[in-house]
Each structure stands twice: as structure tokens, then as C-alpha cells.
Design a protein. Structure first.
Length: 499
């Protein structure tokens, strides 16, 4: 895949000639700081402190909202390029993000990384997991803002947190870092909420309202801007997905509370709305685990799975009974560890959903592995592709040629805005540089997949977010995606979860 390199670093030289000789004075310009936001997930409240031994005006953060600090996602406080480092005797596992203009942020003592080295990350994107690696007395997040290598008083939303307190529980910060994909979204989730064979779109507005809006597909557009299907589902910080959990042909909504509760709530679809959330499981996908949805035993009812997404790399499944999810059972003991991107799909077309993982390294290590379901466990991970979804690209899953086997796509979501697809032949994904669209999904937009015109082939959709809030669809021809056509002109605001 071709990539265009861009030069972003500018330097300035000011020369002062004195009467007695020439003296060159180099000055660094004062670039405006990015609008830094809190380095932890939207809606969470943390307390912070600074002690005299801290370097470069750093702050240490720990949770103060009843959640557990250890294992909580660490997210980018501004967009940039993330680099991974390890200093066992000091900062432990840490990430530095270069934001341009001489600005940099540090995130120390991580228990795990969530992005590959050199990844381009968006504000609000998960970059790691809070821990206590290195020289640390307990789980916390050490955070710094630097300009040209010099520590600055930390400012969030343009407001300085100085003067710093000398101990915790004196000052607090609640995160409004709600952009990008703070939770890691699996690569596909069905959204046919009225059961007419055409996938629809949904927006969870979170925040203080917690409303759920749906715009149903007509086959050529999404109808409805303010059609509320539920007025209290999905709180800030929860992970929201969709699936047909009772097997009635209409997709429902599910939310995973994560954290220390680990509850799972389902809102069943009536075809015109979602019922109130009912608890279907009281301990699943806790902490920062990554939940997914799929019909893993092939009984027509979608189940739930969770990737621990850490060094253990375990995968647990809880099967649907139609009114609840059964006990979580380990179906795989090492798949999609920290830093990889998990996904679900029926890749061999046998009616059982399988799991996949995108390693997302550089071109030399951007592999895709699949573990097939036998109805009661996942088999060994097998490499199905050795160059796909490089770096910070966004991988997705769908049956793009309509042959009953799920395929993979990747969105560059940058100025190139390319979309590549690799089709499944039942035992591997075929195609490395097969471009299916050459302008779809710019930086900051959110892509997804679904069969929006009901022809049996999955299409692509993008939510522009930002100031436009448009929704564009690229319909699949079976060998490519057509140019993006606007199907809605106001749906899915910045900070909302859209599928």
C-alpha cells in the first residue's frame, strides 16, 4: 500500500549581526498548544498530585470515581504519532506522542500498550493500559506535557492545573475526552433493527442524556434524524454493540459496563424501539477487556465474547439462551493480546462465527490470524494474511462479495482515504493491495460496514462527525465499493458512539 510521506516539522533561524562580528541566534517559535484533554476515558473522574521528586512538571493521576486505577485505558490527550518505550528501572512501559510544533506528551508506567510503535492516533484513542511498571509504588498514570523538550504546567482544555496539589484527593479532573474510539471497537456488528434485511444506523449520545437514536435504511438513504428508540441506555465509558440476541431476526443493543462491575445489559428491539435495558450477565468483560458479539455456536442467537487483550490473551464466550447469557467459558487461551485489533466473522462460511486478530504492526508485521469456531471452542490461530491493516489503519469485517464468507477491509482514514479489501476463500484472505475505494474516510471520521441496500453484499459507511455530521455509504459491487453517496446529513455527533 502506498503512503505519502509528509514533512511536518518546521524550523526557524533568526540571525543577528553585531557591529563587532556576526552572531547567529537560533530561536524556537512559540507554537500554540494543542487543545489537550484528560488522558483517561470520557466521564471518568481522577485525582492528581505532584511531588518534589517528579520531573518536568509531571502529574500523577489515580481514579477517584469508585473505579479501579489498574487496568483502566489510557487515551491520547491530543492527536499525533505514538512511540513505544520501556525503561524497567524508571518510567516502565511508556508512550510518547509527538503532536507537532514541538509539543509532546508522556504516559508512564503502563501495564500494556494498545497501539503499535509509530501509530498515528486520534485524540481520545486508547494507547495503553494503566499499570505500575518501572519505578512505581502502585498503579497510577504519570502524565507530562512538553514543549521542545521542556516540561510545561499541564493544561486541560486550555486551563492550567497549576498550582499543583502535593497529595491526592485535593483536586480532581473529570474527562471530556470523548472523541475518537476510546473503547476499541471490534471490526463489525449487525444493525438491522427492524428486520427488513437492510442494515440501519444507530447513535448512542451518552453524556447526561443517554439516549439512543436510530435511522432506518430505505435502501438508498437513512430515514429519520431524531427518532429516539430508547431514552436511557449506554452510560459514558461503557462499550456498546449490537446483535440479535433472542433470534427473532431483529438486531438488539447491548452495553458492557466494564470496570469493576462487569455487568451486561441488553435492550431488545421491537422493530420500532428498544426495550429497557435488562441485565443478561453480572460478570463479563470487566476492566479494559474488549467485548465482541457473534453467533459462535450457530443456533441463530448472537452470543458475547471477550478478549482480555493483555499478556495472557484469553478469550471467553457466554452463549445466549434467548433471555440471558450463560456462564463465561474460556474458548481460547492466547489470541489477540495487547496491541492487536480483534474481530469476529464467519470466515469459512460454516454458520459459526470465528475470531480474527490484526497485529497492526509495520508492513513487515501486519499479519491477520483466524481461529475457527467448532461450536464449543476456537481452534488454533492460523495466519490468513501477512500484510493487511498496517499501523493505525482501521480494519473492518463484512461479506463484501456476498458468497457467505466474511472478508476483511481496511480504511487508511487519512488524506489518502483509501479502502483495501481481501476476500476470504475459506482458508485465507486473498489480496494485499486490492483497492476497493480511493476516497472514503478522512482523518477523524468513523467507518463501519453493513448491508445497507439489502442485496446480500456488505457495504461501507462513514460518519463524518465534526461540524458536518454527515453519513456517506459506498455500496459494494462485489469487486469494489462505489463512491460515497450521502445517505444522511445530520446523524452521529462528535462524542457519540455510532454503528
Amino acid at each position: 500500500m502506498g503512503r505519502r510521506a509528509r514533512l511536518t516539522l518546521r524550523t526557524f533561524l533568526v540571525s543577528l549581526l553585531a557591529a563587532v562580528g556576526a552572531t547567529v541566534v537560533t530561536q524556537t517559535p512559540a507554537f500554540a498548544a494543542p487543545n489537550f484533554k484528560a488522558p483517561f476515558p470520557c466521564g471518568q473522574t481522577w485525582t492528581y498530585s505532584h511531588h518534589s521528586a517528579e520531573v518536568r512538571l509531571a502529574l500523577d493521576f489515580v481514579r477517584a470515581d469508585g473505579g479501579v486505577t489498574n487496568g483502566t485505558p489510557v487515551i491520547a490527550s491530543a492527536a499525533g504519532t505514538a512511540y513505544r518505550f520501556s525503561q524497567p528501572s524508571g518510567a516502565g512501559n511508556y508512550i510518547a506522542i509527538e503532536h507537532g510544533g514541538g509539543w509532546k506528551t508522556y504516559y508512564f508506567h503502563l501495564s500494556a500498550y494498545s497501539v503499535p510503535d509509530g501509530a498515528v492516533v486520534a485524540q481520545g484513542q486508547q494507547i495503553g493500559v494503566t499499570g505500575s511498571t518501572g519505578n512505581s509504588s502502585g498503579p497510577h498514570l504519570h502524565y507530562e506535557q512538553l514543549l521542545n523538550g521542556v516540561g510545561q504546567n499541564i493544561a486541560i482544555n486550555g486551563v492550567s492545573l497549576a498550582p499543583y496539589p502535593g497529595s491526592y484527593n485535593q483536586k480532581y479532573l473529570t474527562s471530556d475526552n470523548c472523541g475518537a474510539s476510546a473503547p476499541l471497537f471490534p471490526a463489525g456488528s449487525p444493525t438491522d433493527f427492524n428486520g427488513d434485511g437492510k442494515d440501519d444506523i444507530v447513535a448512542f449520545n451518552l453524556g447526561s442524556l443517554n439516549d439512543v437514536y436510530v435511522a432506518t435504511s430505505t435502501g438508498s438513504a437513512f430515514a429519520g434524524t431524531s427518532v429516539k428508540w430508547n431514552d436511557f441506555f449506554g452510560l459514558t465509558g461503557e462499550k456498546l454493540l449490537t446483535g440479535d440476541f433472542n433470534g427473532d431476526g431483529k438486531d438488539d443493543v447491548v452495553t458492557f459496563t466494564g470496570g469493576t462491575l462487569g455487568d451486561v445489559y441488553v435492550g431488545l428491539s421491537t422493530g420500532t424501539g428498544f426495550l429497557g435495558g435488562a441485565k443478561w450477565h453480572d460478570w463479563f468483560a470487566p476492566g479494559a477487556e474488549v467485548p465482541v458479539v457473534g453467533d459462535f455456536n450457530g443456533d441463530g442467537k448472537d452470543d458475547i465474547a471477550t478478549f482480555t487483550h493483555d499478556a495472557q490473551g484469553d478469550v471467553f464466550v457466554a452463549l445466549s439462551t434467548g433471555t440471558g447469557f450463560g456462564a463465561g467459558v474460556k474458548w481460547h487461551e492466547f489470541f489477540a493480546p495487547a496491541g492487536e485489533y480483534p474481530a469476529v466473522g464467519d470466515f469459512n462460511g460454516d454458520g459459526l462465527d470465528d475470531i480474527a486478530t490484526f497485529t497492526q504492526g509495520p508492513a513487515t508485521a501486519a499479519d491477520v490470524y483466524v481461529a475457527l469456531s467448532n461450536g464449543s471452542s476456537f481452534g488454533a490461530g492460523v495466519k490468513w494474511h501477512d500484510l493487511f491493516a498496517v499501523g493505525a489503519e482501521l480494519p473492518r469485517v463484512g461479506d463484501f462479495n456476498g458468497d457467505g464468507k466474511d472478508d476483511i477491509a481496511t480504511f487508511t482514514c487519512n488524506a489518502d482515504a483509501d479502502v483495501y479489501a481481501a476476500l476470504s476463500n475459506g482458508s485465507s484472505f486473498v489480496g494485499t493491495t486490492v483497492k476497493w475505494n480511493d476516497f472514503f474516510c478522512l482523518a477523524g471520521e468513523f467507518p463501519y460496514t453493513g448491508d445497507y441496500n439489502g442485496d446480500g453484499k456488505d457495504d461501507i459507511v462513514v460518519f463524518s462527525k465534526g461540524s458536518t455530521n454527515d453519513v456517506f455509504v459506498g455500496v459494494s459491487t462485489g469487486t469494489g465499493f462505489l463512491g460515497g453517496a450521502k445517505w444522511h446529513d445530520f446523524f452521529g455527533l462528535t462524542g457519540e458512539t455510532t454503528l
